[in-house]
Design a protein around this ligand. Structure first.
Ligand code: SF4
Length: 416
């Protein structure tokens, strides 16, 4: 989400005629886009802003803005804390920058030239109304707020017109899209259906999905949409019911597993990645083994594993003792990583010798092509630069837990 918002920022600034400065000392405008999901990240962002405030003392013409989760929706205290900052913009809301541009007589449309590839993130819903006890996002980004479908479709059309082939719809809880738009009659499936008609778009992805919001009717609907990629980011977080309950997650392990099998039934070959926290307060060895068994049994494409760290301002940090020692958290993380490596190696090996359809996202100077399958697997292959933005067939020759390596099968591309 932060990357998507930074891209939009750069597009706006380029559209108004700005160019990237090599160092802050050469800049007229500096915007800090701060992710504060972890305390350490917040501390780094604060220290960066303080340094820039000192720079502003010697460069009074510098405009200094701060955005991202550091800026809560309602808080007048930031200005007192950072008196040299000219503008605070809540995450995803760049209207302050628009007003500043008007005041300074700057005109121009967002410059699509910042898009560095055929695949682009497109935020469609901000905030989260779930109450995971360890997470700071709801208090920083606020409740779920969907962008109107017309606005999203318009932006997707503009992106497609400028050469984009794939949009990745983003939301902390993307399946909640539309719930807060009374009368709009549009949910995520409806939005995807409309985006299917955008000329030039080859692929549409979406992430992240809160497990209980992925319904059977949603799966049934998207199974008929040929441009919607069967790839899910479906955070499980733990493989034990008591730990899930402590985390404030609203499902059991059995319900999560049932959902994974419903996805695989409705969309054979779907890619599923997940997120897991190890060492949550009170998590014992048996409970951790529950997570190991979930990862072993469900055959995820990717598992993002994070050791628990208390985030000040959250319910968990306030009420639960961080009682799993740091060394033990590390051990659990390493063990789970090893388990997932084995699972991913096996599933990758099953693709060796097969052909996969890949959207070419990039070709390096050395002729190394990079892209993803529809299910989200990363693929490398030798290719010429003019293949970027095309869907091609790649014959898989080798697999690792993280990527596939293959060769292009000439003669079948989206140009044909
Ligand atoms: Fe945070 Fe995700 Fe839970 Fe929302 S669903 S509270 S963003 S962890």
């Amino acid at each position: 989400m932060n990357m998507a918002e930074s891209t939009r920022l750069v597009a706006k600034l380029r559209g108004w005629g700005f160019e990237e400065a090599a160092i802050p000392e050469e800049a007229d405008v500096v915007v800090v886009n701060a992710c504060v999901v972890r305390q350490r990240a917040e501390e780094r962002a604060v220290s960066r802003i303080k340094t820039l405030e000192s720079l502003k003392a010697s460069h009074p013409g510098l405009t200094l803005a701060v955005t991202g989760c550091l800026v809560p929706l309602h808080d007048g205290q930031l200005q007192e804390r950072f008196p040299q900052v000219d503008m605070f913009m809540p995450a995803g809301d760049l209207s302050g920058l628009d007003s500043w541009a008007v005041e300074h007589g700057l005109e121009g449309d967002c410059a699509p030239s910042v898009l560095n590839g055929p695949s682009v993130f497109l935020p469609v819903i901000q905030g989260c109304t779930n109450g995971c006890t360890y997470c700071i996002v709801p208090s920083r980004r606020g409740k779920e707020r969907s962008r109107p479908p017309g606005e999203v479709v318009f932006e997707a059309r503009e992106l497609a017109r400028s050469g984009v082939k794939e949009v990745v719809l983003l939301g902390q809880n993307v399946n909640a899209y539309g719930r807060d738009l009374p009368g709009a009659g549009c949910d995520l499936a409806g939005l995807l259906r409309e985006l299917q008609n955008v000329e030039g778009l080859l692929r549409i992805r979406f992430l992240t999905s809160y497990p209980t919001d992925v319904t059977d009717s949603f799966l049934e609907e998207i199974s008929t949409m040929d441009r919607v990629c069967p790839a899910f980011s479906l955070p499980a977080q733990a493989g034990d019911d008591a730990v899930l309950s402590g985390m404030g997650r609203r499902y059991t392990v059995a319900q999560y597993r049932m959902l994974v099998s419903r996805i695989r039934e409705a969309l054979p070959g779907a890619g599923i990645s997940t997120d897991v926290i190890v060492g949550f307060p009170g998590e014992n060895e048996v409970q951790f083994e529950g997570t190991v068994s979930l990862v072993t049994g469900e055959g995820f494409d990717t598992v993002h594993i994070a050791p628990y760290s208390p985030r000040p301002g959250t319910v968990a940090a306030r009420t639960l003792k961080d009682d799993v020692p740091a060394g033990e958290k590390k051990r659990r993380q390493r063990r789970l990583e090893a388990v997932q490596r084995g699972v991913a190696t096996e599933s990758g090996a099953r693709l060796v010798g097969r052909d996969v359809e890949v959207l070419v996202e990039d070709v390096s100077g050395g002729g190394q092509g990079r892209g993803r399958t529809r299910s989200g697997r990363l693929v490398f292959f030798p290719a010429a630069e003019d293949r970027v933005g095309l869907e091609v067939m790649v014959s898989v020759k080798q697999a690792s837990p993280w990527w596939l390596q293959g060769i292009l099968k000439e003669g079948r591309t989206t140009d044909d």
